[in-house]
Design a protein around this ligand. Sequence first.
Ligand SMILES: Cc1cc2nc3c(=O)[nH]c(=O)nc-3n(C[C@H](O)[C@H](O)[C@H](O)COP(=O)(O)O)c2cc1C
Length: 157
Amino acid sequence: MFDEPGFAGRHDLEPDAVMLETFVYCSRAAEGVDAAEVSRLVEFSQARNVVRDITGVLVFGSGVFFQWIEGPPAEVRSLIANLHGDSRHNDIVTLDRSVEVRERLYPHWEMEQVAADDIRAVLEDALETAEDQSNIAALQRILGHLASGPLATVGRN
Ligand SMILES: Cc1cc2nc3c(=O)[nH]c(=O)nc-3n(C[C@H](O)[C@H](O)[C@H](O)COP(=O)(O)O)c2cc1C
């Protein structure tokens, strides 16, 4: 009876909440990776992420990447494996990783590139509108990292 059409399951109550894996990390760009290379990378990633149903944000500044990735667990895991083998960056530091039923934070961004100076504002905006407790907790952790970690200097010369 539960799979009869019209049954008011969890999906009807929270239509945008789905099983998502989230991976947030920072890394150091390899020698020779400049803004033009990052633009090409973003263009490629947007095309691939549409196919993989992955959304998120990529920040590049002062030779450091920060990326928020969210999507179906199998797709995100395969992307994580790719990222670890990608010679365009090194020293990947995981800032947050989780698998949960929740709403996407960036449902309309296949991989938006955000200026390093704006990343705090982007995350704070997301925190203001977030209703999902897991999202709120993750954003608070990341903002904590931003205040104290290596990313505190991203965008500053
Ligand atoms: C900083 C950084 C961010 C990346 N972000 C993505 C991404 O969001 N999506 C993606 O498909 N590839 C991304 N890549 C590229 C992957 O490492 C890898 O080249 C790509 O996933 C291979 O895709 P394919 O399996 O379709 O060949 C990124 C690479 C770097 C260095």
